[in-house]
Every structure is written in structure tokens, then in C-alpha cells.
Ligand binder design. Sequence first.
Ligand code: CO
Length: 206
Amino acid sequence: MNTLSRLLQDNKSWSKKMMENEPDFFSKLLNVQHPEFLWIGCSDSRVPPDVITQTRPGEIFIHRNIANMVVHTDLNMLSVLQYAVEVLKVKHIIVCGHYGCGGVKAAMTNNSMGLINKWLRNIKDVYRYHQDEIEILKENDLKLNRLIELNVVEQVMNLAKTSIIQKSWIHEKGPHLHGWVYDLHDGIIRPQVHMPSAFIKTEFFI
Ligand code: CO
């Protein structure tokens, strides 16, 4: 059997198993979702949010892109954010990066990768803001890991400055923002930053 048909076959087995174990599993989720979390993560196939956090369907609202970026002109991300905050009223937003991120690694080189250069440009800016702290490190792996951690912190800052979060912090006293990094070596998530409600007040909303 080829791998594509395996996906459909495994899906059927999963559906059957869920129906047997929890007969109301699908009907409970049919018309409503109440996720407490919005996850903004990397598209990397080795970092599946629900698997590494052991969460079930209905528990996390998810947006993924290369290197878990929060870019203020990204209508896709902003639409997900607005829906998660204003309609679903999530309590926590997690930006989760991961060590060994290929997107961040590519941004540390000067190799041209076509269209993706424009996306990586945003990570290069993070590097520039923290250049002194990164370049003091001796090994390339340490530099990459530090940039991955700093990138997560910067993306949480970018979230905090959006009009969606600023308005919600004023009117709803939430959500909390978190920056995490997942370690591919041991599967452990290492928290980097926690920003509670109204941590940053911006003078103008982006
Ligand atoms: Co990645």
C-alpha cells in the first residue's frame, strides 16, 4: 500500500476506534468549539501541536507558518488571531518555536531561496536587533538556538502590539501570551516568556 492510501486507511481506523471508545465524541464537537488556546507554531512536520501537548480535537486553535512568525501585514495570521480572540475568546496564545528550525537557520545564511527570502527577512531583523548577544556565542549551533529563542520572544512582542490584543487586554483582561521553544532532542517544551494581560501598552495600535 502506498503512503497516501495509508493516510485514509488510518483515518478510518481512528474514526472507528473513537466511536467505539467514546460514542458521543464526534457529536459533542459537531456544532461548537471552545478551545482555550491559540497555537502559533512552525510548519515543521516534527512539531505537531496536538501530539506534543497531548491535546484532543477541539482543544487548540492552530496557525502554523515557517518559523512561527507574527507579521503585522499577514492577513492570514491576523484573521486567525482576530477569530481566536474575539469570537472563541481563547485564554492563552502560545508562540512555539523549536530548536533546529530550518526557517531560522536559512535566515542566518545569505543563500538566496527565492520567494521565501521575503518571509525570512523578518527573522533577519530579529538577528539584527540582537546581533551583539548572538555573535558573542562561539559555536554556530549555539547562535542558532539563541536566535530561535529570541525570535519567539520577538513574535510574542509583535502579538502584544496588535490592535486585536491591545483591545482585548483593555476590555477582556486577557489573553495571556506565551513564548515557548520545543526541543527536538527530548520532546520537552522550554518556556521563554510569559506576558500577562496589559503587559505592554502601545501608543498606537498596529
Ligand atoms: Co521550524
